[in-house]
Design a protein around this ligand. Structure first.
Ligand code: C2E
Ligand code: MG
Ligand code: MG
Ligand code: MG
Length: 294
């Protein structure tokens, strides 16, 4: 009996696992078609200078509206793309789309000429020998100034020291592209190694920002990262700012820039245009300095 029960449980487990594998294989196929047929889109989350309140640029975030399952989170489809060689074409799509889009927004006038774009890239991307060239192509096609593009990499990707990745990063740096460490504080970087990396900014992970209260451990971690950035000569960006209080604390600590639902959610391109319209109107009506706080 015990044996039979064990067998039944085993069979049940197998069935569940089988289902998971089937779903996953199907989703991968759907993602491949979505990329081929241009069904992915890009959302843009505004970034602000916390001191002046001015809009400084955007983070490009991939979006996938599945025909049956609806909107699927990047937390689900990015790992699938990374494990299935789909990340290359996905990154190319986001890079090209975001660079061209930024150029159009910059072309609206002087006020917007210095806006920047941040694009997330994965470890598989930078391990690929042709990556620096693909980035160059995207910049040239969009006629961007390379310094207006920043690539975001997670800490662990940098620490894994994948063969060839350092060469790619150095080439990107020579090109003038910005490099940023995403989700900073959640990985396992050694500080000595960190200081030797060719990067220009640190993005404080949202988990620390979320836990900020005066005297909280998280607030102290944020303060330490801001200090670290200043000593290493790296800009510091906070992500996941959801409240006025977090905003005020970060500004008080001297954190240079940030993003978060409190400032703006990620927007579809048409809504970015509405935001830019509003900023332009405010500028004409002479409300300098107030420019961009929503
Ligand atoms: P990330 O790069 O750390 O991006 C920030 C994420 O936090 C985004 O989630 C954004 O929508 C969300 N967010 C922004 N402000 C707030 C806030 O105030 N509160 C909360 N709760 N969340 C906020 P999203 O778009 O779902 O992306 C999740 C992750 O997926 C990204 O984290 C990034 O690691 C990855 N990802 C997204 N697009 C791409 C892409 O094009 N390529 C690659 N390689 N990864 C991507
Ligand atoms: Mg990011
Ligand atoms: Mg991040
Ligand atoms: Mg994050």
């Amino acid at each position: 009996r015990a044996k039979a029960a064990g067998k039944a449980r085993h069979a049940l487990f197998d069935a569940g696992l089988h289902q998971q594998v089937t779903d996953r294989v199907r989703l991968e196929g759907d993602l491949r078609r979505a990329i081929e047929q241009g069904q992915l889109t890009v959302a843009y989350q505004p970034l602000f200078n916390l001191g002046t309140g001015r809009l400084t640029g955007f983070e490009a975030l991939a979006r996938w509206q599945h025909p049956v399952q609806g909107l699927i989170s990047p937390a689900t489809f990015i790992p699938i793309a990374e494990e299935s060689a789909l990340i290359g074409p996905l990154t190319d799509f986001v890079l090209d789309t975001a660079c061209r889009q930024l150029k159009l927004w910059q072309a609206r006038g002087e006020t917007f000429a210095d806006l920047g774009m941040q694009v997330n890239v994965s470890g598989n991307d930078i391990a690929h020998s042709g990556f620096a060239q693909r980035v160059t192509r995207a910049i040239v096609a969009a006629r961007l100034n390379p310094s207006q593009l920043t690539l975001e990499l997670t800490e662990n990707v940098l620490m894994d020291r994948v063969d060839g990745a350092m060469e790619t990063l150095s080439r990107l740096r020579e090109l003038g592209v910005g490099l940023s460490i995403d989700d900073f504080g959640t990985g396992y970087s050694s500080l000595s190694y960190l200081s030797s990396l060719p990067i220009d900014s640190l993005k404080i992970d949202a988990s620390f920002v979320r836990g900020m209260r005066s005297g909280s451990k998280e607030a102290e971690v944020v303060r330490a990262i801001v200090t670290l950035g200043a000593s290493l000569g790296k800009a510091v960006i906070a992500e996941g700012i959801e409240t006025e209080s977090q905003y005020d604390q970060l500004r008080g600590m001297g954190c240079e820039s940030g993003q978060g639902f409190h400032l703006s959610r990620p927007l579809v391109a048409e809504n970015v245009e509405l935001l830019l319209d509003r900023l332009e109107v405010e500028r004409w009506s002479g409300q300098h300095g107030q420019l961009s706080r929503p």
